[in-house]
Design a protein. Structure first.
Length: 320
C-alpha cells in the first residue's frame, strides 16, 4: 500500500466519521424527525442493495433481476430465527442463516443460468426471484401471504450505517483486486478472457454469490428495523427499483450507486404524500439522465477527492 493510498484512506475514514457525527447530532437535537430517520435508514438499505447489484451488473456484466429474492431470504431468515433465539444472538444467527441459504441458492441458480447472456439471463433471474417469493408465500413457517409481524428490533441508524460502510468498502476492495480485474475483463470480452485461460463460470458465479449475500444482509436489516415483512414487499418491482438506482448512478460506479440511492430516497421523502407525482418525477429524471448522461451520474468512474479537487492540465487530465 502506497503513501497516497494511506492518505486517501485516512481522508475517507475521516469523512465517514464526520458524516456519522453530523447525523447523530441531528438525531440527538431532534432536528431529524422519526419519519426522516426512517427515510435515511431505507436509503442505507437501498445503498447495500444497489452496490451489491452493481457488482453483478456493472462490474461482472451479468444482467440480474433476482436481487429481491435474495433480500427476502435474508429478511425471513432473521424473522424466523428470532422466534427461536432471543436478543442480538438471534439477530446475528439469523443473518448467518440468511447468508448460508443465499449462498446455496445462488450457487444452484448461477451455475446453469449464468451461461445465458443479456435479456435471457435477466428473465431467468427474474423467474428465480419470483419462485423464491412464491415458495415463501406457500410455507407455513413464513405465515404465508400474511407475513410475519412483531419482529424484535435490533437495528437502528448506527447499525445500518456500519453495514453500509462495510458493504461499500468490501465491494470496492474486491473490485480493485485481481478478482475485479478479471470480472471487468469478462465483461469487456468473454472470448478473449476464456482464451487466456480464465474459468468464466467460476468467476461469474463468485460475483453472483457475493452480490446475493449482501442482498441477504440488506433484507435482514429491513426485517429487524421495520418489524414486519410479507412476500409482496419482495416482488419484481423491488428488483426494478434497485436496478434504476444502479443505472442512474452509473453501472460500475459504487459511489454513483450511493449518490443515486440518496437522490431517489430524498425524492421519496419530499413527495411521500404524492405517489402519482413521484412516479412522474422518476420518469422525467430517468429520461433526462438518458439524454444528458446516458452512462449514469458517474458512468463507470468512482467519486474521489482527486477528481473533485485535483488541478487539470492543458489536456483536461487531473493532476495528482
Amino acid at each position: 500500500m502506497t503513501k497516497r493510498d494511506l492518505k486517501s484512506g485516512a481522508i475517507w475514514i475521516a469523512c465517514t466519521l464526520a458524516i456519522y457525527a453530523v447525523f447523530q447530532l441531528l438525531i440527538s437535537m431532534r432536528i431529524l424527525q422519526v419519519s426522516q430517520q426512517i427515510a435515511w435508514i431505507t436509503i442505507g438499505i437501498n445503498i447495500i442493495l444497489a452496490v451489491s447489484l452493481n457488482l453483478i451488473l456493472g462490474v461482472a456484466g451479468q444482467f440480474s433481476l433476482g436481487h429481491a429474492g435474495f433480500m427476502s431470504i435474508g429478511a425471513y431468515s432473521v424473522a424466523i430465527t428470532l422466534q427461536f433465539v432471543d436478543g442480538y444472538l438471534g439477530f446475528v444467527l439469523g443473518i448467518l442463516v440468511g447468508l448460508c441459504i443465499s449462498a446455496i441458492v445462488s450457487l444452484i441458480v448461477a451455475i446453469p443460468t449464468l451461461r445465458l447472456k443479456g435479456d435471457y439471463l435477466a428473465i431467468a433471474t427474474l423467474g428465480i426471484s419470483e419462485i423464491i417469493r412464491i415458495i415463501i408465500t406457500n410455507l407455513t413457517i413464513t405465515n404465508g401471504a400474511i407475513g410475519i409481524t412483531g419482529i424484535p428490533r435490533h437495528v437502528n441508524f448506527t447499525t445500518v450505517y456500519i453495514f453500509v460502510v462495510f458493504s461499500v468498502y468490501i465491494l470496492t476492495s474486491i473490485t480493485r483486486s485481481r478478482f475485479g480485474r478479471v470480472w471487468k475483463g469478462i465483461q469487456e470480452d468473454e472470448i478473449a478472457s476464456s482464451s487466456m485461460g480464465v474459468p468464466l463460470t467460476r468467476y461469474k458465479v463468485s460475483a453472483f454469490l457475493i452480490g446475493a449475500c449482501f442482498a441477504s444482509i440488506s433484507g435482514a436489516l429491513y426485517a429487524s428495523y421495520f418489524r414486519a415483512i410479507q412476500p409482496g414487499l419482495f416482488d419484481f418491482n423491488k428488483s426494478v427499483d434497485i436496478l434504476v438506482i444502479v443505472v442512474l448512478g452509473g453501472m460500475g460506479s459504487y459511489t454513483g450507486s450511493v449518490i443515486a440511492a440518496i437522490v431517489i430516497g430524498l425524492i421519496n421523502l419530499v413527495f411521500q404524500g404524492f405517489a402519482q407525482e413521484r412516479v412522474i418525477i422518476y420518469s422525467i429524471l430517468l429520461i433526462a439522465m438518458m439524454i444528458l448522461r446516458p452512462k449514469g451520474l458517474l458512468g463507470s468512474y468512482e467519486l474521489s477527492f482527486k477528481r473533485l479537487f485535483g488541478r487539470k492540465d492543458s489536456y483536461g487530465n487531473t493532476k495528482g
